[in-house]
Each structure stands twice: as structure tokens, then as C-alpha cells.
Design a protein around this ligand. Structure first.
Ligand code: PLP
Ligand code: ZN
Length: 420
């Protein structure tokens, strides 16, 4: 459908989608894509749309891609919304859900944005794409550009990248450049490379097409719940995903598909929390952190590019932001795996850690619909597990040794009792 256009979130200037821009050419602020809400209401049967099986591209009428024959897809979206009854009963919540984005093709939510971003890159005639990444964007960009036949370049920070993610980028054939610096520095370099080499298409979440794909997370949750969540709890790094989800809820609300919007709750790690710190002071700007540190490498970001959109999402929704420690993150990772069978990477466990804190403050009531987003699969970061958990014990290959280890070994008396 036509009628989509860019708008600047700072000065309000508007631009045609045919322009190849990532920020406002008047004031430099972030841009977003506006959906023609009235046109959609008039021309699209949203009720029929909502009955279709969920996937990113089911929402094509709400996405800014005109020619659907060019779509580059690995069948992203349609992830599980798990009703966590056991975890909920531990926390006193009847309607606790986990939207498990680790079920996407490359194991993280990034695929929702990448399918749209790579499709746009083809539309723009790009031959090469690039991103800076803490790992998951690199894996996703590499997979989708392989599918599209594009050259793929990723800049990753020195050290501190989870091995599973690096392995993905390697296997999908990306040119990987590790820089002696952190994610924030890598992203600055990517901007500079793209401004010097206009033929390379930038695919970090500052690219509004990525955000358009990622907003389908919110549509899906509403379609799966058949209502809006009361609270939506999500980890925050560069702040693209919380901005995207809020955009999705706002659009669904404006399209009369939900009766209210959720309160957005952003969760950051203690050592990398510029947004949570700003919210604690009710500030309208953030102070960047020079040396962000956390075990949750995916959210080890000190200068989130989409901070302004994230603060708006939190303040406009009357939500909040908070921090969790690395210890709380790891505890939550283990808890979610052990009581719900969901193995997520450390960054994704941050919302689960936050749940406990918020419940202790009586932030929710028992009947509220609370949705936590787990953004990436646990197998992405196996090192954390092998470092922190005990290794399996090796025994002789015989029943008695195994029974002894399992505490099943029987004494002569118990055996006698069994057979008399
Ligand atoms: C697993 C995971 N969770 C959360 C995030 C943070 O998302 P955003 O940067 O959009 O805030 C990332 C970003 O890389 C991620 O990989
Ligand atoms: Zn502007």
C-alpha cells in the first residue's frame, strides 16, 4: 500500500520513502515511518487479517514494502507466547506470559527487523549491507543477506561477544571485523563508513525499516492474547526494540484493534543502564556510560541510539525502567529454564529478574496481564553456562555406580523389605 512516509521525531519534518536516509536531513534527529492509519482502516479487513496464522509478513499491509514479490524471508515471527503458570504462581501472577523471541530463525528477535531491512536493501539496489553488533544483529544480518545474495559486513566489539553468535556470523559468510573498542564505538564507525560509501546499506536499528519489522512483536502478542497486555517488560540495549514494540501497540490501538496500550517496562543491566538512570530521575535526556559492563553482552551498551524513542515509550505509556544485577540475571535465567523449560540468553533473562523486583514492590496486581519478552535463545551464549554450572560427574558404566550417584543405591535391608 502507498501512503507510508518518513517523519522526524524531533522537528516533525516529513520525507518520501524514496529517499535513502537514516536520520532527519534537517535536524539530524531519528526518523520513523508513518503508517497511513485511515487508509488502512478503510481498505484492509483487519479482522480477517488477525485470524491468519501469525508471522511477520501476515502484517504486510502495515509494513512499508510495496513489492511483496521481493520479500527475503526465513519464516520469522510466529513465536510462542507461553503462559507461565508455574513461574506465575511463584510470583503471585495469574496471567504471566513469556513471548519467546529465541524461536526466530537465527534465534533472536532481530530476524523480524532484518527480513524487512534486507528486503528494503534489495529495493534500494544495494549490493552490500553493514551493521555494528553485540552479536545477534550480526547473526541475523549475515543469514538474511546470504538468502538475498548480498555482501555482508559486520563490526563487532573487542572480546565480550557470545561464541554462539559469532559462530553464526562466520558460518553465514559475513566479513567480520573486530574492532578494539566497544559496541558504541563500532556503531559510530559504521555511520562513518556508510556516509563515505553510499553504496553500503546500514542495517542497525536506527534504520526505520528494521523497526517496522520489529513492531510486529506487539501485533502478535495482542493477536495471541486476544487483548492488550497490561504490562510489557523488555530488555533494553540500543533501545530499538522497546521503541518498535511501543510503535506496534500504538498503531494497533489507533487501528481500534486493542482497547488500551500496555505500560512499557524497560530493563537494563546495572553496569549499562543510561535509560533506567534517566527514568529514575524523570529526566528527558540520558547521560551515556563510557565503559558499560555486564555479563549480558547483548545489552552491554552505554550510548543507546534510540534513547529518545525509548524514553517516550516509557513516559507516554506511564511505564518505568529499572536495573538488575548480573547475579539476578543469572538466577532468573536458571529459574526460567527450570520451572518453564525456556532456555534464554542472559540479556533475555533480565525481564524475568525484573519481575521479581517489581512484584516485591507490588507494582502489579494478581490479575494483570504481564508479558515478558525473552529476546534471544540460551544456546547463543553457552560459555556462561559452562563457566557457572557444575560439569557432569563421570562414573563407571554400570548400574550400581549410576544408582549411587543418583541416590538410588539400595541397602540389603531395603532390598529385603521390597521382596517380602
Ligand atoms: C538478546 C538481546 N536482547 C536485547 C537486546 C536489546 O535490544 P535493543 O538494542 O533493541 O534495545 C539485544 C540487542 O542486541 C539482544 O541481542
Ligand atoms: Zn528533524
Amino acid at each position: 500500500m502507498n501512503g507510508f512516509y518518513f517523519s522526524c521525531i524531533g522537528c516533525g519534518a516529513t520525507f518520501s520513502l524514496s529517499e535513502n536516509i537514516y536520520s532527519c536531513s534537517r535536524c539530524g534527529d531519528l526518523i520513523q515511518i508513518e503508517v497511513p492509519i485511515d487508509d488502512v482502516k478503510e481498505k484492509i479487513d483487519l479482522r480477517a487479517l488477525r485470524r491468519l496464522p501469525i508471522s511477520v509478513w501476515k502484517y504486510a499491509p502495515l509494513l512499508p514494502i510495496a513489492d511483496l514479490s521481493k520479500v527475503v524471508t526465513l519464516h520469522e515471527g510466529g513465536t510462542g507466547l507461553h503462559h507461565c503458570r508455574r513461574l506465575g504462581s511463584l510470583l503471585g501472577l495469574e496471567h504471566l506470559y513469556v513471548k519467546n523471541e529465541g524461536e526466530n530463525p537465527t534465534g533472536s528477535f532481530k530476524d523480524r527487523g532484518m527480513t524487512v531491512g534486507i528486503t528494503r536493501a534489495l529495493e534500494m539496489g544495494a549490493r552490500s549491507v553493514i551493521c555494528a553488533s553485540t552479536g545477534n544483529t550480526a547473526a541475523s544480518l549475515a543469514a538474511y543477506s546470504a538468502k538475498a545474495g548480498l555482501n555482508r559486513i559486520v563490526l563487532i566489539p573487542s572480546g565480550k561477544i557470545a561464541y554462539g553468535k559469532l559462530a553464526q556470523a562466520i558460518v553465514y559468510g559475513a566479513q567480520i571485523v573486530q574492532i578494539k573498542g566497544n559496541f558504541d564505538e563500532a556503531l559510530k564507525l559504521v555511520f562513518e563508513i556508510c556516509s563515505r560509501n553510499r553504496e553500503i546499506y546500514l542495517l542497525n536499528s536506527v534504520n526505520p525499516f528494521r523497526i517496522e519489522g520489529q513492531k510486529t512483536l506487539a501485533y502478535e502478542v495482542c493477536d495471541q492474547l486476544n487483548r492488550h497486555p497490561d504490562y510489557f517488560i523488555i530488555p533494553v540495549g540500543n533501545a530499538g526494540n522497546i521503541s518498535a514494540a511501543w510503535k506496534g501497540f500504538t498503531e494497533y490501538y489507533n487501528l481500534d484493534q486493542i482497547e488500551a496500550k500496555p505500560k512499557m517496562v524497560g530493563v537494563q543491566a546495572e553496569g549499562a543502564a543510561p535509560i533506567a538512570e534517566a527514568v529514575a530521575k524523570r529526566s528527558l535526556t540520558i547521560t551515556s556510560i563510557n565503559k558499560p559492563e555486564t555479563i549480558a553482552t547483548a545489552i552491554r551498551i552505554g550510548a543507546p541510539v534510540s534513547w529518545k524513542k525509548a524514553l517516550r515509550a516509557i513516559y507516554d505509556s506511564e511505564g518505568t525502567a529499572l536495573t538488575v544485577s548480573d547475579e539476578e540475571i543469572l538466577e532468573a535465567q536458571s529459574l526460567l529454564a527450570r520451572v518453564e523449560g525456556l532456555f534464554v540468553e542472559p540479556a533475555s533473562a533480565a525481564p524475568i529478574a525484573a519481575l521479581k523486583k517489581l512484584r516485591e514492590e507490588s507494582y502489579f496486581s494478581k490479575e494483570d496481564y504481564v508479558v515478558c519478552v525473552t529476546t534471544g535463545h540460551g544456546l547463543k551464549d553457552p560459555d556462561v553456562i559452562s563457566r557457572l554450572y557444575e560439569k557432569p560427574v563421570e562414573v563407571e558404566a554400570e548400574v550400581s555406580s549410576i544408582e549411587r550417584i543418583l541416590g538410588l543405591a539400595k541397602t540389603a535391608e531395603t532390598l529385603a523389605a521390597q521382596y517380602t
